[in-house]
Design a protein around this ligand. Structure first.
Ligand code: COA
Length: 249
């Protein structure tokens, strides 16, 4: 699977989106590969930190809309749900480097990371309502906590793109650096995390997550139910068809 690049350096396992022709849109096969890599990293005693990254010009354009329209994820035993559970349940810390566009799940997955380094060219968007859908990956629970209720409502309802500075203010990213330095900075913080006493880092993450773990799992299921229903309704069908028609034009 070359659409997901797995690179191991020391105790850091990096997973990179690598499907430039489709702006790193994520297919079911890519979700399955990511879930597998996360499970492997969690089980590997030599891995201490996970690092997600994209390409310099794009992090990910989110769900592959074509894949999605043809093979809508119908239940919780689907590759996308396996990925959501693997990432939100990961015990090892997760760092992300975001450059370029991070759309949909490209933004919501950041709410499950411990440290997010954004390049100053990063552009985020949560266009769920525009697509006739609802937020996913517990973003309707985690974003209000990170950003405050009204800011979260604006980002999740209007779905307008926002820049790295706004993402910093909304608590979606930890630092903003020059785009060409983002990945290097992410490796550097990942290596720093990997060099700290392992039990302390793992227990700190567990303590940070403990108060919200059940609520996050519940919200993902709730969102997933609405998401699947709305996918079959006219608004989403029209929005997805419009995207596909533009692509084929
Ligand atoms: N799913 C499937 N294909 C996608 C995609 C997606 N989410 N995002 C981009 N692509 C494809 C385009 O269809 C196009 O394919 P083609 O060359 O075969 O026609 C190719 O990637 C390039 O896309 P384009 O829109 O021309 O790139 P851009 O650099 O001008 O814009 C984005 C990049 C990310 C801003 C834009 O592609 C976009 O908004 N994509 C949709 C994002 C989205 O709604 N995601 C779903 C969230 S649930």
């Amino acid at each position: 699977m070359t659409d997901i690049l797995a690179t191991r350096r020391g105790a850091v396992q990096a997973l990179g989106f690598n499907r430039p022709a489709k702006r790193n849109a994520i297919t079911a096969a890519m979700y399955a590969a990511l879930a597998g890599h996360i499970a492997q990293a969690e089980a590997d005693g030599g891995v201490r930190v996970l690092l997600f990254h994209g390409l310099p010009e794009v992090f990910t354009s989110g769900n592959d809309i074509e894949d999605f329209a043809e093979r809508p994820p119908l239940g919780e035993d689907t590759p996308v749900f396996r990925f959501l559970r693997a990432m939100s349940g990961a015990k090892k810390p997760i760092v992300a480097s975001v450059t370029g566009n991070a759309v949909g799940i490209g933004t919501t997955m950041l709410l499950h990371c411990e440290l997010v380094i954004a390049g100053d060219n990063a552009r985020f968007a949560l266009p769920f309502a525009q697509l006739g859908l609802v937020p996913e990956f517990a973003s309707s629970y985690l974003l209000p906590r990170a950003a405050g209720y009204q800011r979260a409502a604006e980002l999740l309802m209007l779905g307008e793109p926002f820049d790295a500075q706004r993402a910093l203010e909304a608590g979606v990213v930890t630092r903003v650096v020059a785009a060409e330095r983002a990945l290097e900075e992410a490796w550097s913080v990942a290596e720093r995390l990997a060099s700290l006493p392992e039990r302390s880092v793992l227990l700190t993450k567990a303590l940070l997550k403990a108060p919200h773990a059940e609520a996050v799992a519940r919200q993902m299921s709730l969102e997933g139910g609405h998401f699947r229903t709305l996918l079959t309704e006219p608004a989403a069908r029209a929005a997805l068809a419009a995207f596909l028609a533009k692509r084929r034009a």
